[in-house]
Design a protein. Structure first.
Length: 188
């Protein structure tokens, strides 16, 4: 679990304990039905691929101040990497000097490059009719070689899918599963 928390902090340079005023306070975890994770607060559901097992939600790290949260972590079965293959989390973008979604993408890219990775590209991504961004990175060893971030804003929260795989083909299968995200009735 500690590795999962460190990974989430590493990926986006979490600053959830900073003193910036929050505009994204999080407490809703979502629910599971079969292989579908639904979150009415975010307004979408995600059906994950066969061969993945969700981590028990009560074991996922949470920010005590509610500014960020890992909502979903999916492990490939059998596990072949030390971190989940899919992580869905929310973060408070108001804690950063530029809270825009594209600035968030740039922070993810800068973190990857700082840690020896190589940015393979970024482009807009439609997530159930919402404007998100896709960022592809080839990681430095010993991390799994490929990662993709699909990130955008829902309400006042930054929402990110972090996908990790040993091959580009694995990443593309995970991206296709995220492309199939469906809207659900949003909570007020």
């Amino acid at each position: 679990m500690r590795k999962l928390a460190i990974f989430a902090c590493f990926v986006v340079g979490f600053g959830t304990l900073c003193a910036a005023q929050s505009s994204c306070v999080w407490s809703a975890n979502g629910s599971f039905s079969g292989k579908t994770y639904a979150n009415s607060h975010l307004g979408f559901s995600y059906t994950y691929l066969d061969g993945f097992t969700p981590q028990e939600p009560s074991q996922l790290p949470k920010d005590a101040k509610g500014k960020g949260s890992i909502l979903l972590a999916l492990w490939k079965a059998p596990r072949d990497i030390e971190i989940p293959s899919v992580i869905l989390f929310v973060d408070d973008p108001a804690q950063y000097p530029d809270p825009s979604a594209i600035a968030y993408v740039h922070r993810i890219a800068a973190t990857a490059v700082r840690d020896g990775g190589k940015v393979l590209g970024s482009k807009p991504f439609d997530l159930a009719g919402m404007q998100f961004y896709r960022l592809d990175v080839q990681s430095a060893a010993p991390s799994p070689p490929y990662s993709t971030s699909i990130t955008g804003q829902v309400g006042k929260c930054q929402v990110s899918f972090q996908l990790r795989g040993r091959t580009q083909d694995e990443i593309e299968k995970l991206v296709q599963s995220v492309k199939a995200v469906k809207p659900v009735k949003k909570e007020p």
